[in-house]
Design a protein. Structure first.
Length: 142
């Protein structure tokens, strides 16, 4: 993580606390950060997240649920999203497989693959409701 870049601007305890969360957790929403840092004002969380994204320290992960999550920009993997509970899990990168699917001669600059389905926890609690109806979504972050 480009921690130094994030601290080139004004160093604050809030920035440090947010970045420390990303050393412990793979992916977080603004709501997750507020739960873990309840003394921090909501606007402070969003302002710092925006600054970290602009500085290339964090990147946004968009899912069809509309909830924006954040992860370290140096993370190189794709995501599995549970359609039942909205949990987001890390999965190995599909970049090589996706490169084979793009038009001949084209090169992928950046992007991520989001696979939808039902997570292990939801399958165990409701096996009769197991469904996997959504298709893979490729989102470019160029």
């Amino acid at each position: 993580m480009c921690y130094v870049l994030a601290m080139e601007r004004r160093h604050t305890k809030h920035k440090e606390n947010i970045l420390n969360l990303f050393h412990k957790h793979h992916i977080l929403t603004a709501h997750d950060i507020r739960k873990r840092l309840p003394a921090m004002d909501t606007s402070t969380v969003y302002r710092n997240l925006r600054q970290f994204v602009d500085d290339g320290v964090l990147r946004e992960v968009h899912t069809e649920s509309g909830i924006v999550s954040y992860e370290r920009a140096d993370a190189r993997h794709d995501h599995f999203v549970c359609d039942s509970c909205s949990a987001v899990e890390e999965m190995r990168s599909c970049r090589r497989a996706v490169q084979d699917l793009v038009p001949s001669g084209a090169r992928i600059a950046d992007g991520s693959v989001v696979v939808h389905g039902t997570c292990r926890t939801c399958v165990k609690t409701s096996p009769s409701h197991f469904r996997n109806t959504r298709s893979t979504t490729i989102t470019n972050h160029v």
